[in-house]
Unconditional design. Sequence first.
Length: 256
Amino acid sequence: MNGKLAPYRGFTLIELMISLVIGIIVISAGFSLYLKSTASRSLIQAEVLMQENSYFINQTLRQLLNQAGYRPLTFSSSTTLALPIESHEEWFPEIAGSFGRGEFVDAVTNGLAIRFAGSSGPDNTADGTMVNCQGEAIASDEIADITFTVAGNALTCTSGSESVELLSEKDGVLVERIAVLWGIDTDNDNSVDVYQAATGTSESNEDVLAVQVLLLLSSKQEVKRSGSSYVFNGENLTSSDKRIRRQMTTSVQIKN
């Protein structure tokens, strides 16, 4: 038996370069797939977050706006009304620079203001059915006011001197714009025929039957591949960034 070892043949320079190129291609393909998967996951997460917040804020606005103009039943020996509810004029006094007598829904700069009376149980304490922005119950001998405004990419609810952010950047969603519309009955059939830009108070127009609030929501992160078109308040717009944008609509009938 020959004791000499067979000569060892390693990779040539060309083989090594080919191997490196193949490795780079495989790694690049894997990295590209990873980036696409991450982008897709971020997009889906942003969409889900947008839907969740849209549902929450729609329900919150609907609950609070439905209180506008509420007055409790008034039972007394002097009441002659078939339904013992005093008029808006009797319940809601004039507030200088804000509401006129009997007015309770007002389109303000970048927002909407409402007011309403509270509700009490048999023991004359607030029964919790009427609440302010902080969730505090309002009793039947009180009148509460709520103002919704959009500023600094946040929707804020203010009652008296206290404010709370209903939706803001900390929730992963930006509130960019707000529009308030009056639902108008144009043919006297007691149904809304058209929505028009709101100015002043709803009571200044006897044909107003409803109020509609539009919010333009956008994702906090830029998760789309490029800018895209969207619609807000009937206007076609194009974004300059890569955020998702959605219009959220809440409509509430105004109490007589």
